[in-house]
Write a protein that binds this ligand. Sequence first.
Ligand SMILES: *Cc1c(COP(=O)(O)O)cnc(C)c1O
Length: 383
Amino acid sequence: MRKEFLPFSQPSISEDEIAGVDSVLRSGWITTGAKATQFEEDFGRYCGCKSGIALTSATAGMHLLLKALDVGPGDEVITPSMTWVSTVNMIELTGATPVFVDIDRDTLMTSAGLIEPHLNDKTKLIVPVHFAGAAVDMQPLRDLAASRSIPLVEDAAHAAGTEYNGSRIGAEGSSIFSFHPIKNMTTGEGGMFCSDDDVLLQKIRQLKFHGLGVDAHDRNQQGRSPQAEVLQPGFKYNMTDISAVLGLGQLERLDGFIEKRTELANHYLQLLSSVPQVHPLTVPACTSRHAWHLFIIRLDTDSSAMSRDTFMEKLKELNIGTGLHFRAVHEQQFYRKKYRQAAGTLVETEWNSRRICSLPLFPGMTMGDVEDVVSAVKEVLNQ
Ligand SMILES: *Cc1c(COP(=O)(O)O)cnc(C)c1O
């Protein structure tokens, strides 16, 4: 058994990034400024999108988007229940109704075919999730959304660097990225809204900072009128330069991170092929570059005669950390009581919600760490 605990995830922060944060702290300007602007430009260029807007989180991005689209009571927003709770919480807090769609059993992703039956006059937005670093098959979804004139935004929290049929996620349409510490690159906390829609970009830029026409940096640097006007009530979701300078360093290393994650994931796939009780996800053919944000397996709870939760606890006893991405949202207390989702409507979501488990995967891991994890998995299953 391992002597030291292997966490399920750990950020990789370089000395240069620490020095960058240090220099911002000493510079006299620590909130949104030149570094945030540069991060927006560089991240936007990396994705191939028109413009990015740096925010405090992906959750903030979802909140702003819903407000920019004027989503509220009486409206419906379609999203998988197999997602992080933040999306559904934001929908709920605007007063709109989340409509949960099912997923494919082996990719954990939704599709045009699964979404179409839920569309109606109340549908105001569709939010597919690029899961684990792989890509949703977007073209059929884009065609469906366009044919009904319904906005579509991609939850790209797992997908910085992912490519769909040769193009980066973020290059087309609107996407929301996350830079939370477990994601493929981090700013401590942070997010980015990327879009090719000028109207939406302008609305979100305004809403992210009090609904003012300009932000504090514009006023300070460009000598604009200090009496900036509130054009509509807005939020306070702007990214600081302290975070942005970290993001600039991480973005430079993102391709290297993904290469390392890919090597580790391939090692897992090879070693786990001889463990019949665990089933990794399938990679969809449309994913031309997998960013390997997560390495998810499904435990065969029948043949292993063990629950997923017990499996996770036993791995922890062997000093192996794991994660759970995700417990289905509709099964969580608030949503279970409020929506009472009919049995049999989210079959694949519920099937996976009981069986999935994320194994350790981060760029600082070694091949030996992967071997430790697989040995521990085998030991737990053979007990
Ligand atoms: C992490 C995550 C989010 C939220 O990101 P934050 O930056 O923490 O707000 C949204 N959706 C998915 C699928 C995520 O994994």
